[in-house]
Ligand binder design. Sequence first.
Ligand SMILES: Nc1ncnc2c1ncn2[C@@H]1O[C@H](COP(=O)(O)OP(=O)(O)OP(=O)(O)O)[C@@H](O)[C@H]1O
Ligand SMILES: [Mg+2]
Length: 407
Amino acid sequence: MNQRCFNYYHNNLVTERPAAEIRIFGLGEHFKHAYSQLRATLRSERLSLAKEQMVAQIGAGLMGLLTLALALGWMAWRALQGLFNLGDLAMFWAAMNQGQQLMRNQLTGVSDIYRNLLFLEDLFAFLDLKPLLVDPAEPVSLTPGLAHGIQIENVTFSYPDSDKMALEGFNLAIPAGQIVAIVGENGAGKSTMLKLLCRFYDPQQRRIAWDGVDLRDLTQTALRQRITVLFQQPYPYHNSAADNIRFGDMVNQPTQAQIKAAALAGGAHETIDKLPNGYETILGKWFGYTELSVGEWQRVALARAFVRKADLVILDEPTSAMDSWAENAWMGRFQDLVTGRTALIITHRFTTAMQADIIHVMVGGRIIESGSHTELVALGGRYAQSWEAQMRETGRQNKDDKIGVLV
Ligand SMILES: Nc1ncnc2c1ncn2[C@@H]1O[C@H](COP(=O)(O)OP(=O)(O)OP(=O)(O)O)[C@@H](O)[C@H]1O
Ligand SMILES: [Mg+2]
């Protein structure tokens, strides 16, 4: 169990899937601490075992060599005395073989040490790597809240080692206190924009500003504490249901009541309440016996996003795994939930986007249309075409989950 726990912490710290959540929620220290403690225990156990084995192996090796030396010495003495016979020759041959084997074992140990020393070079090269994102020497400290809004100003970005532009001359205003929706086809660059807002990457050209301050002038921690995110692929923590939500705000350590309120807001309370140990049930099969469905995990992740009282709430496909009944109920509550905060919702579903104050349609790394649902339908552009296609399909609405998706 200890080893499995160790692997779990290791996965959380070094694999790609949880990386964004670990950074935005500042969970690195938590898992690093748990990992280090467990590693210390496992290492001292392994070391004492290895020491015992090593002493036994070296002792046996030395004993073998000593016995061999004595046998050879005795045979040499016999040869000098002229008493060497066929039996002695056979014994000499066996002793030589045995000696070779012993020497080989000892040399293998030496070559293992040499090989491990070579890997150490890789380790030191890794430790020398410099982070691509650095905090400014004199960071600007923001006043609490978001007063005016966030401005993405003519930003251009391509992923490292990629020739393709993910965002090109990209402009977007997220006014304080409003709900902004982004709709767009697969690969349009919606999640990429989210990653830049969280400063997982810096734009190659121009800037993103929080109340007029370039994100590069803030510390990463200060910026990320102002933001909460539901990622497109939320990470299922194999911890208790309560911890899964608590991880959204490790700084303020939410109370049980706040955790329950967040679960209610994310639509996860009913699911959690039915679990064998309620909020203390360990989720997932690594350490427990309870598995949730994709939609249920998504609700738990929504609760995690809501438990943090951040100025900016970003939701990447919040309703993608929800059935249409749950989506309607949830959207009704969402507007109340974000009152006084600023929200950015990335979605394929028009039924979700319709609730926003302003909708932007994104194609090929650019915004091509903006407005309220009514304005965009009246405009007769890409949004209107997709909306009309949806209307034509109304008959299928109750059967087909994909209704309301940008086409
Ligand atoms: N880590 C990455 N490295 C390199 N290229 C990437 C990476 N992530 C995304 N891309 C590329 O950037 C482009 C935009 O991807 P992005 O994930 O932002 O799209 P999206 O609008 O969120 O799509 P979807 O609706 O499918 O979620 C795509 O062409 C994709 O191949
Ligand atoms: Mg995406």
